[in-house]
Design a protein around this ligand. Structure first.
Ligand code: TXA
Ligand code: MG
Length: 308
């Protein structure tokens, strides 16, 4: 049975309280949520996504003040970033509180926390009261969903996959949250995302370790966020033209001027390339600044060699 798609927060609450899975809209991408304090429910997320169980999940909360309920201690960097960026596309890794389940953290000593900015999900979280563990609501390794329809297409036919999709429309940011490891000194960006790295650095008065290569949060492999067709990266418009000319029927992404729009559209376009059976995606890399860091990271991962 396909999942119910609705804007009914009451119905979503009922599913969560009975241990079910709800796809939730956030400003970044849709998440596949379960009650973070219900081990059986959280385990269902891994089965639905076919995600290895040692990949930790982010706990989503209604309000920044709840951070201290989920952290053993709140590092100064986490407090500063949470106060400035939440609700918004930022995840902080903090030392986990004792009650946080191993199944959520993959047995790690840290837990990822974020307060998302989406009216429907904020209402859901406020009324739920607790934390919702949620990864992106896609099958493991594939492109994250930015509409309710994407979720249904990815997970709708998975037995026991998703019980209800809360439809909050298209996600306005379109790429995942920035993950900052606040358990180390100085803090470090593990995954560039919706909050630009420059903004994180400024908020921490420059006390931010440089990101080392492509995003490296736990379990992130080289190939990720990938459509089925090849993704070819171009550094200049001339490269775009050259690569596109070598393809039968490429989908070309060559407008890198408006980074907000680029991020919003990116996953939608990667999915469309497969829907339209294109031979490849040819994408112009945006400058490495602001949202450009996250877009570049996702494009590099989408283009990486894959096993099968
Ligand atoms: O924008 C987002 O962050 C979305 C929305 C739904 O909130 N969520 C998301 O979750 O992208 P996910 O699971 O697809 O990516 C989270 C990444 C994973 O690579 C996970 O391994 C890493 O964060 N992560 C989570 N908790 C961690 C921890 N305690 N230590 C290290 N890495 C962690
Ligand atoms: Mg994901």
């Amino acid at each position: 049975m396909p999942p119910r798609v609705t804007t009914d927060v009451d119905a979503a609450l009922e599913v969560l309280r009975s241990g079910g899975l709800v796809a939730i809209p956030t400003e970044t991408v849709y998440g596949l949520a379960a009650d973070a304090s219900n081990e059986t429910a959280v385990r269902r997320i891994f089965a639905a996504k076919q995600r290895p169980v040692d990949h930790p999940l982010i706990v989503h909360l209604a309000r920044a003040e709840q951070l201290r309920d989920w952290a053993a201690t709140v590092p100064a960097s986490a407090a500063v970033l949470a106060a400035a960026c939440w609700p918004g596309p930022l995840t902080v890794l903090v030392p986990r509180a004792a009650h946080v389940l191993d199944v959520v953290t993959g047995g790690r000593p840290s837990v990822g926390i974020r307060v998302p900015a989406h009216p429907l999900t904020t209402e859901l979280l406020e009324r739920f009261g607790g934390g919702l563990a949620a990864p992106s609501a896609n099958r493991f390794g594939r492109v994250s969903p930015t509409t309710a329809e994407h979720v249904v297409r990815d997970l709708g036919d998975v037995p026991n996959g998703v019980d209800l999709v809360l439809d909050g429309g298209p996600c306005p940011v379109g790429v995942e949250s920035t993950i900052v490891d606040c358990t180390v000194e100085p803090a470090q960006v593990l995954r560039p995302g919706g909050i630009p790295t420059e903004q994180v650095a400024a908020l921490l008065n420059g006390a931010l370790a440089p990101a080392a290569g492509p995003s490296r949060a736990a379990g992130m492999q080289a190939s990720h966020y990938a459509p089925r067709c090849p993704v070819l990266l171009a550094d200049t418009p001339a490269d775009v033209a050259r690569l596109a000319a070598q393809q039968d029927d490429p989908l070309v992404i060559d407008d890198a001027d408006d980074l907000v729009r680029y991020a919003q559209q990116l996953y939608h376009l990667l999915r469309r390339a497969d829907d339209e059976h294109r031979s490849a995606v040819v994408a112009l890399m945006p400058p490495a600044a602001g949202l450009g860091h996250a877009i570049r990271d996702r494009l590099v991962k989408a283009a990486a060699d894959r096993a099968g």
